[in-house]
Every structure is written in C-alpha cells, then in structure tokens.
Design a protein around this ligand. Structure first.
Ligand code: GN1
Ligand code: MG
Length: 371
C-alpha cells in the first residue's frame, strides 16, 4: 500500500485500524481507492478520492455543495426510511471539520462511506433495472427540489453549455494541434452538419421557457446503485456536478448510457444502437417521479434533451481527441476517437427514432398521470 495514501487517510475521522488501500479503476476524472479498516471486529470500507482540481477548479465549494446535498437527503429520509437514509452517500469529515483535506502538494482528498450490498452497471439490458435507475434520478431531483439556502456553487461553470462546447470544438479544429483532424473527417463532418442541435435548449432557457432545477448532470447508468438482493435503487452517487441545470439532461444522460446497446468506448460502432425497450422503461421510470413537477414544455423536450446531451458528449470526446487527450483519461490510443464515434452513432440512431421516442415519452407521462 502506498505510504502517501496512508498519510492522507490519517487526516480523516475514520474508526478502527487501517488494513489496506486499493485503487478502483472507475471514472474518467478523479482517482479512486477503496480503504479497508477493521473496527470493533468488523471490516469497514470507505471510498477515498483525489479530486481532479484541473477539472474542478474549486474543490472546497464543490464539497460544500456535496455536504449540503447529502445531509438534506439523509434528513428527509431519516424518519420514514431510516434504512435507506443510512445507505446514502456520507462525507467523512477531515480534522478541520470540512469534507476534504488538502495535502502539501495542493491535492484535494475526500472520503465517503462505502455503500455495502449495492452494485452498479456500466451497460443495461434489463428494462426493470433501467426503469428503476430512471426513477432514482427523478427521485433525486425531487428530493432536492426544496434544498434550503443559497444557490449551489457551479462546480464547473458552463458545464452543459452546448453552444460553448461547440465553440471550443471549432477553436481546437482550427488549430488542430496534433494533426489529428485528418483521421476524423466523417465525425467532423457530421458535427458541423448537425451543429444546430447545440442551440435549441439554450435558446428556450434564454426565452424563459425552460426552467433550471437542481439536477445531477452526470446521470450515467453507473452512477446509480441498486441493492444486490432486491435490485431496488439505493442511492445516486458521483455528486460532483450537482447544480442547477436542465432536468431533461439527467433523463438524457441516462438514455445515452443505459439505452445504448454497447459501451461508451466500443470500437465496433455497428454494435451501437438505441435500445427502444430500455428507452421505454427509462421514460416510464422518470415520469413516475417527475410527472408531478415538470412543466409541459420540459416533458415535450425530453427526447430532444437526450439527443442534445449525446451530441454534446460527442463534441466533448472529439474535442479532446483533436486537442491531444488532455481532459478524459485514456487507456489506449484513439480512445477518445472511439468514444466520439459511439456517441455519433447514438445520435444518428436517436434521429432515426425521434418520432417514436417522443410518442413513448408522451405515453409514459400520461400513464404516470393516471396512477
Ligand atoms: C466524466 O468521470 P465520470 O465518468 O464521472 C464527465 C462527464 C461525462 C463522462 C463521460 C466532470 O464523468 O461529464 O459525461 O465522463 N465528468 C466531468 O463518460 O467532466
Ligand atoms: Mg462524474
């Protein structure tokens, strides 16, 4: 075990004796480890993370958000669902009482309780589980609807500002610093031809037609935990980007990751398609929790939000590929290009199925309204 990591853990209020710390290969941004200790004769696990402060420029503000969010959710569940309350993310305090510790090199660290007896999935082929995942992200928005106090910090400003993502893409394309544009001709062409997708939702926001709500903003299928026995949703994890944004993006990012028939980095794009039965289950699950508070126009644009967030992700992966893989961790050459290709294929599949998807969403909300 890395001595430096042992040193980090010492700065947090953890019970028992530290046994081991092992890396967990998960996520494209932060570094994650599992900390195992022994307390009162039992093995206890925690999740240790080094926050990527190149991406999250203000970790104290972000941790302030996360502490507020997790406490709010736990407090609301405490009386009626204490067992569920105890399985929500819990930030372990450091020596100074905050939710993080800064090492002498300026790295920010945090520790969460490990949620035991729960699992995540990177892809989804069960409509039941997909429906439950969507219900959980809807539930999460609903739980935070009454968060008191000041507006949450913007942990990454302009995170889902798709027009800006497009502009950043154009800048990298113009410069082509790694001479890679020649290897991504089809992708660049598709992006430029479909660039009008980028402005639609932001224009509705500007006109005051689409509201901002506290949303998760990184609602990938592997950010929801299911009980390993009952398969019910337990909690939503990875709260780094929880901040006001469009509700539809949470539905959309879940569609992007759960209703895709292949992994985000599948090199063979012929395997990537939109899975309609999974999409249907997602719409029903999301409608169950959000039907009561979403406005008609929010509901109307849910399918578009799925296409838009997938297009945004396509832009982001392609921008990072052209720019020399500076943002997302890569594990092989062309990893970001492969990722961008799956997203492009998904957008194409969504364009093809748009009318059907709209119908499915509309029916899901009608049905939720009757229940
Ligand atoms: C990043 O690291 P991870 O998997 O939580 C990214 C998301 C992307 C996602 C693509 C802060 O999330 O926005 O959708 O990769 N997070 C950040 O898989 O940029
Ligand atoms: Mg994340």
């Amino acid at each position: 075990m890395h001595d430096g990591l042992r040193e980090v853990v010492k700065h947090f209020h953890l019970e028992g004796t530290l046994k081991e710390i092992n890396p967990l290969a998960q996520g494209h941004i932060n570094d994650t480890y599992i900390v195992t200790s022994k307390a009162k004769g039992r093995i206890v696990r925690h999740v240790l993370q080094r926050i990527n402060h190149e991406v999250f420029k203000n970790p104290p503000a972000m941790m302030d958000n996360i502490v507020r969010i997790t406490e709010h959710i736990r407090n609301k569940l405490q009386t009626k669902q204490p067992e569920l309350a105890s399985r929500q993310l819990n930030v372990i305090r450091s020596g100074d009482g905050s939710g993080y510790w800064t090492d002498p090199e300026g790295n920010y660290w945090r520790i969460y309780d490990f949620v035991e007896g729960a699992i995540t999935y990177d892809t989804m082929d069960s409509p039941e589980l997909a429906g439950e995942a969507a219900r959980m992200f809807g539930w999460f928005q609903q739980m935070l609807d009454d968060l008191p106090g000041p507006v949450l910090h913007e942990s990454i400003p302009d995170f889902h500002n798709t027009p800006l993502r497009f502009k950043q893409f154009q800048e990298v394309l113009d410069e082509d610093p790694c001479d890679r544009a020649k290897d991504a001709g089809r992708e660049i062409g598709f992006l430029l031809e479909n660039a009008d997708i980028c402005n639609v939702l932001m224009d509705l926001v500007k006109k005051g037609d689409l509201p901002y709500r506290i949303a998760h903003n990184d609602s990938k299928i592997n950010n929801v935990m299911f009980d390993e026995r009952t398969h019910q949703g337990v909690c939503v994890i990875d709260l780094d980007t929880v901040m006001p944004c469009l509700s539809g993006y949470d539905f959309g990012d879940l569609v992007r990751t759960a209703a895709s028939s292949a992994e985000e980095d599948e090199p063979d794009v012929s395997k990537v398609n939109l899975n309609i039965p999974i999409f249907t289950a997602l719409a029903k699950g999301f409608a169950k929790e959000t039907g009561r508070f979403l406005t008609p126009i929010e509901k109307e644009y849910l399918t578009f939000a799925a296409k838009s967030i997938t297009f945004e992700q396509f832009i982001r992966f392609l921008t990072d590929y052209l720019g020399g893989d500076v943002y997302y961790k890569i594990h092989r050459p062309n990893h970001n290009l492969d990722r961008s290709r799956t997203q492009m294929k998904l957008v194409q599949s969504m364009i093809e199925h748009e009318a059907v998807m709209n119908e499915i969403v509309q029916k899901a909300f009608e049905q939720a309204g009757r229940q």
